[in-house]
Ligand binder design. Sequence first.
Ligand code: URA
Length: 210
Amino acid sequence: MSDHLTVVKHPLVQHKLTLMRRRETSTSEFRQLLREISQLLAYEITSELPLTNRTIETPLTEMEAPVLAGKKLALVSILRAGNGLLDGVLDLVPSARVGFVGLYRDEETLQPVQYYCKLPDALRDRLVIAVDPMLATGNSSVAAVDLIKDAGAKNIRFMCLLAAPEGIARMKEAHPDVQIVTAAVDEKLSDVGYIVPGLGDAGDRMFGTK
Ligand code: URA
């Protein structure tokens, strides 16, 4: 484990991930499991958020109590599969600001092309968590982080469910300052860019499309 890569080995994460990988897991089970894993990954990612003390009153007395310091977190979902991770993170951090980045792959150049980008303000002062379940080639993830940095973000984490070694290397090369937090690192990419052994197309499995 390096600063650039955190693999969350929590038994609940690993068990739920195995259920998600299985061919026979239904769309609704897949979506629910993804939500649960994203809560656990978010717990890990937010474990070092800075705190500050605030004076509050309990029913018995006044006290200095810890609250999160600084500006609200920003979550950026990389469409469309990123939306499957978003809800679980929002369960834990309901006040987070949320942005969306949409990219498609140009079939001739094979490069990601932006079709949508709407990001929260003041990204410079927020921890930004970009979410996309599959870090495969890394091309669209790197392009999404480019956009987030162009908008001023300085402190970015990339949350995914599965990562391929190729995607990790690509992200590290392009954005060495961005920590990747994932539930597992799989063996390789297939010839057509699927993560192997993987779980198939995450978007199709969570939305029931083909
Ligand atoms: N995107 C997916 O949904 N699955 C993969 O295996 C790779 C990219």
